[in-house]
Design a protein around this ligand. Structure first.
Ligand SMILES: C[S@@+](CC[C@H](N)C(=O)[O-])C[C@H]1O[C@@H](n2cnc3c(N)ncnc32)[C@H](O)[C@@H]1O
Length: 271
């Protein structure tokens, strides 16, 4: 499924996998509410397919601008596909200590809290955390260097955050450190085929300015190797498309792009 993506090079010692040229510096277009506001729908849809150049911001300044309008729910068809896939993996789990990495405005914490587990949300964007209504503790820190002792959690979720990290292999090693043996890592990202097609991950500010968030796409094979390389056992890699979604936006997407995976969900267990 990861045809068309480039070899990302060695896993270790690869400090910076990007930003790269346009064909790979993907930013997937995620206009909040674009699929739920019919009046602006057509315009927004054209943006969805657009590859017009916009300024690319690093994640912290980007999310500082985006936070006010970033709803804590799946706000486009890609996120709906991602959420459904993650939920199928989360449903059978009965964790006791959960870390929601890149918790953002809090889409996942209510779901995780309903498991009865003790939850913590972490994000390096204070503006995003300020939007997060969770009752669980929230920590402002970088996911690349987690402020927790070894073996702290039995489930770590990282939804749509890993693509922002420069060093994926270093991050999975850090996540493994704070997971207990047998603990689960579930993370998602936009599918590398989207990046290969030049899709961008953009947003619009309240004043109407468009930006893209820096994103480092990696092939499925690279991500599998990164997980296995630090001592995870891969339980599943899901690559859902928009199957089962029938809005006119999705129909237009299908006509332009066909059926294709839009997100990747990795489920791994610490050996
Ligand atoms: C696309 S949002 C996803 C938010 C939430 N997980 C969701 O799915 O709705 C990505 C989040 O990851 C956070 N993030 C990105 N890189 C991070 C890092 N290195 N450390 C901590 N948080 C990070 C951003 O600040 C942002 O809140």
């Amino acid at each position: 499924m990861d045809k068309g993506t480039k070899d990302e090079g060695p896993l270790r010692g690869t400090k910076d996998q990007g930003p790269r040229t346009n064909e790979i510096v993907s930013s997937f277009i995620l206009h909040p509410l674009s699929f739920f506001r019919p009046p602006s729908f057509v315009l927004r849809l054209s943006s969805f397919f657009s590859r017009r150049p916009v300024r690319i911001l690093d994640p912290q300044p980007a999310y500082a601008l985006w936070a006010d309008s970033y709803p804590p729910l799946a706000h486009n068809p890609l996120m709906l596909a991602e959420q459904a896939a993650l939920e199928t993996r989360l449903a059978p789990l009965t964790p006791t200590n959960v870390l929601d990495l890149g918790t953002g405005s809090g889409r996942w914490l209510p779901f995780l809290e309903r498991t009865g587990a003790k939850c913590v949300g972490l994000d390096f964007s204070l503006p995003m955390l300020k939007q997060n209504p969770a009752s669980s503790p929230l920590v402002c820190a970088d996911a690349a260097s987690l402020p927790f002792p070894n073996d702290s959690f039995d489930l770590i979720l990282a939804s749509l955050m890993a693509g922002h990290l420069r060093d994926l292999a270093g991050w999975v090693a850090e996540v493994r450190r704070v997971l207990r043996r047998g603990g689960h890592l579930l993370y998602s990202d936009f599918h590398p085929l989207g990046a290969a097609a030049g899709w961008q991950r953009t947003f619009k500010t309240a004043t109407g300015e468009s930006f893209a968030v820096r994103h480092y796409p990696r092939s499925i094979a690279y991500q599998r190797a990164a997980l296995v390389g630090v001592g995870f056992k891969i339980q599943a890699v899901l690559e859902p498309g928009l199957e089962g979604q029938t809005s006119s936006a999705v129909e237009a997407f299908r006509q332009r792009w066909g059926e294709r995976p839009v997100v990747a969900v990795f489920h791994a267990v610490k050996r």
